[in-house]
Design a protein around this ligand. Structure first.
Ligand code: MLC
Length: 509
């Protein structure tokens, strides 16, 4: 049974149970949504979407803060057989234009607060037919759907239908849309349901953003798939999260390492015990050993680290019962095959040898949106997805990640692909060349740094170049630091040696 069918059955079987508790920003107000109310809202939202001409296969982009209308729209889009395209609310027009154009979105639902920046984009987007502006935290959306009849349209019966697109980059710079099908999402939710023992009685404390696989699929859909309750907080606030987690109300919490470290920092001097939590996970970046250890020592909880990616959802996880091994991402999830291969020859390597991580399974997306050559490059001829990560398998089956074959920075759980930042810097008239690298950072894991060679006689400052990037890139991709150089360290072939740059910058910091 596909995820949406499953949700549909909960909506009658668990009609009066709370599916979502939404805590509105800057207020103590909480909105409760039962499974039946969720179903009604989805059906009326489907009618709203149809009034904008949305049909199966259409892309609908959503750039909204974490709010209930986002959830209704996202689920209604997928139920119509259309494709949901969630976007980070922080994307400035420069980046936004690329996503809307590449996805050829038909409808764009945006925050009315951004209207003046977004309106000028429309005439340049041939396939964008409508922009629907919403005031996400008012009653506007409820009023919009209230009078509409419910559409009890068929549920997408075909697992191969694309449900969701998540943009992710690669080594060549511009992001590409990973196309997750109903079958992919369902396969992943089913494996996680089994592996993590999701239960109807679970109450998830949800603090993650909902425009990525982690917050959207693993956490939010995971809870809805189980018929559990998800409490959505608009923003991560360490003190509030600790108070809630020790209140006894919650059983599940999912975070990125930056969040877990912040919880340890804000808990200084407090007696905090998470021993009653059923499941606390960490992902989207390597969990530092000292955070794992401090969690055990100070919070009485052994974090469960897992590994996944946008193209696949979750792949490998430490076990719910059994050893949660420090430094390891655990064992392949049910239905997922993992192999470690020689990066050049792609021959499988023996246990204990570091190589490239490749994966296969019903959770793996079929490819990238309208990029057949990129899709073909991503897979081996026999159908294994090249993850771009390096890793090693221990004889008892546990996997440990050992760096990346791809040029990637992870900051606070968000992926930054250096070529995306380098392309923006290349457009600046004062810049001759740039090389963007990640610097190790206690709080963020890594932070973005740009090494820049300037045109002769240019006078731009570090702050000006950072401000320039912040206008064109979402905040976490903009460099925190710019270092001017006369040239970069290069190898015999003239290729920039990023490892050496990282070493220089780290030593310097
Ligand atoms: C915020 N800032 C960041 C940042 N987040 N800088 C670098 N990296 C980040 N991730 C900046 C802000 O712009 C601000 O800068 C300053 O840091 C402080 O902001 P803040 O208010 O303290 O940050 P906050 O809003 O609390 O955000 C921190 C965070 C957030 C950790 C809660 O980054 C976050 O939600 N991360 C989760 C990412 C995630 O869900 N990834 C999943 C990808 S899916 P200034 O200069 O403006 O003051 C995936 C697959 C998988 O990878 O396996 O999961």
């Amino acid at each position: 049974m596909l995820f949406l069918d499953h949700l549909h059955t909960h909506c009658s079987r668990l009609a009066h149970k709370t599916a979502i508790e939404f805590v509105a920003p800057d207020s103590a107000e909480t909105h409760m949504v039962t499974y039946r109310q969720l179903e009604e809202a989805i059906q009326r939202t489907m009618t709203l979407l149809q009034s904008y001409g949305v049909e199966a296969g259409d892309r609908v982009a959503l750039q909204l803060p974490k709010c209930l209308p986002f959830l209704y729209l996202h689920l209604a889009i997928m139920r119509l057989g259309a494709i949901s395209l969630p976007l980070n609310p922080g994307y400035p027009p420069h980046e936004l234009h690329y996503f809307l154009e590449d996805a050829a979105a038909k409808l764009f639902v945006a925050d009315s607060a951004n209207r003046s920046a977004i309106d000028p984009l429309q005439p340049t987007l041939a396939e964008l037919q409508h922009i629907l502006y919403l005031d996400p935290f008012s009653d506007q959306f409820d009023a919009l759907i209230a009078g509409r009849p419910a559409t009890n349209a068929r549920l997408p019966a075909n697992p191969a239908t694309i449900a969701l697109m998540i943009y992710t980059s690669g080594t060549t710079g511009r992001p590409k849309g990973a196309t997750l099908t109903h079958g992919n999402i369902t396969a992943n939710l089913n494996s996680l349901h089994t592996a993590w023992g999701w239960q109807e009685q679970d109450v998830l404390l949800h603090v993650l953003p909902i425009f990525h696989v982690h917050g959207l699929i693993v956490a939010l859909h995971g809870a809805l798939n189980a018929g559990a309750t998800a409490v959505l907080l608009p923003k991560f606030d360490g003190d509030d999260v600790i108070d809630r987690l020790i209140s006894g109300k919650y059983s599940v919490f999912m975070g990125v390492p930056t969040m877990h470290r912040r919880l340890l920092d804000v808990a200084q001097g407090r007696d905090v015990d998470f021993g009653r939590m059923r499941l606390m996970t960490s992902g989207s970046d390597r969990l530092p050993d000292d955070v794992f250890q401090a969690y055990q020592d100070r919070f009485g909880y052994t974090l469960l680290e897992r590994y996944g990616m946008s193209e696949t959802g979750m792949l490998i996880s430490n076990p719910l019962h059994g050893e949660r091994r420090v430094g390891s991402v655990g064992l392949p999830l049910p239905g997922v095959s993992v192999r470690i291969v020689d990066p050049e020859m792609e021959q499988q390597l023996p246990d204990g040898t570091v190589g490239a991580v490749q994966v296969k399974g019903d959770n793996v997306c079929p490819g990238y949106w309208r990029k057949p050559e990129k899709s073909a490059e991503a897979f081996t001829p026999d159908g294994w997805l090249r993850t771009g990560d390096m890793g090693v398998r221990a004889p008892d089956g546990y996997y440990t990640l050992k760096g990346r074959a791809k040029d990637l920075i992870i900051t606070g759980g968000y992926n930054v692909y250096p070529p995306e930042v380098e392309l923006v810097l290349a457009d600046h008239p004062a810049v001759t060349a740039s090389a963007v690298v990640g610097c190790p950072d206690r709080e963020w894991g890594e932070t973005v740094a740009a090494c820049v060679v300037l045109q002769p006689n240019s006078r731009i400052t570090e702050d000006e170049l950072i401000a320039y990037c912040r206008e064109r890139l979402v905040h976490y991709k903009a460099p925190r630091r710019v270092v001017f150089m006369s040239d970069f360290p290069r190898n015999a072939l003239g290729k920039v040696q990023k490892a050496e740059l990282r070493r220089l910058l780290t030593a310097d910091a």
